[in-house]
Design a binder for this molecule. Structure first.
Ligand SMILES: Nc1nc2c(ncn2[C@@H]2O[C@H](COP(=O)(O)OP(=O)(O)OP(=O)(O)O)[C@@H](O)[C@H]2O)c(=O)[nH]1
Ligand SMILES: [Mg+2]
Length: 240
């Protein structure tokens, strides 16, 4: 973490030593979808760099964070790994949606029911007054299980188009496999979350910013401009 800069007297033009220290912007991204689709594995993969050996159903929410640098700016990607099971969500739901910057909807490509649940998850977002400026993406997980696919790319792409979301198909378990044919066309988990972060950075949405070394008590709220001119809907990704 960078040190706080000198607060020496102002004398003439601003230099790097007199400018306030850069702030780390925090992007809050919630990951939602049915139980068992792999939300915990995807978020763990991105933040810890590997597939977890064992997972249990998430209760309430788990937080995972990763610091990344985009165009020279420090960004903290804060992933909210939510519970898919209704009984583990109830008391937490309003916290998920507060000040959220982006939503990742996850289904399991080997489980058609998890795909059919997506409208209900979209409806939940609507009920929590999520604005259209909040970017959303659709992720089909478990692409490594090629022999068990129940949700084809075409139908998923149609759904994504109908809801103005980019679609990514991936595997939290085996996102880089090419040699045996499995996951040959899948997106890397890394690329998915980084695409969201790039989008948020260019969009400059409502941002929680934290000075270097700052405590939770120093978090500020500010709203930047949307420079994209598309109300936050445009995506510079390969899948759309
Ligand atoms: N083959 C394969 N299995 C996966 C993948 N991602 C997750 N799994 C498995 O799917 C099961 C459920 O994964 P979780 O990440 O715990 O699912 P979840 O969506 O967090 O479930 P809840 O916390 O109950 O909402 C686990 O047994 C994982 O090992 C994947 O990409 N490929
Ligand atoms: Mg989980």
């Amino acid at each position: 973490m960078a040190e706080r800069g000198s607060t020496g007297e102002f004398s003439g033009s601003l230099t790097s030593s007199t400018l306030p220290p850069p702030r780390t912007r925090i992007f809050k991204i919630i990951v939602i979808g049915d139980s068992g689709v792999g939300k915990t594995c995807l978020t763990y993969r991105f933040c810890a760099g590997k597939f977890p050996e064992k997972t249990e159903a998430t209760i309430g929410v788990d937080f995972r964070e990763r610091l990344v640098e985009i165009d020279g700016e420090n960004i903290k990607i804060q992933l909210w790994d939510t519970a898919g099971q209704e009984r583990f969500r109830k008391s937490m739901v309003q916290h998920y949606y507060r000040n959220v910057h982006a939503v990742v909807f996850v289904y399991d490509v080997t489980n058609a029911a998890s795909f059919r649940s997506l409208p209900a998850w979209i409806e939940e977002c609507k009920q929590h007054a999520l604005g259209t400026e909040v970017p959303r993406i659709l992720v089909g997980n478990k692409c490594d299980l090629q022999d068990s696919i129940q949700v084809g790319t075409d139908v998923a792409q149609q759904f994504a188009d109908a809801h103005s979301m980019p679609l990514f198909e991936t595997s939290a378990k085996n996102p880089n496999s090419q040699g045996d044919g499995s996951c040959g066309n899948s997106d890397h988990v890394e690329a998915i979350f980084m695409t969201v972060a790039h989008k948020l950075k260019s969009q400059k949405p409502l941002v929680l910013s934290q000075p270097p070394g700052g405590s939770p008590g120093t978090i500020n709220l500010s709203r930047g401009r949307d420079d994209s001119g598309d109300g936050g809907r445009g995506w510079g990704c390969s899948s759309c």
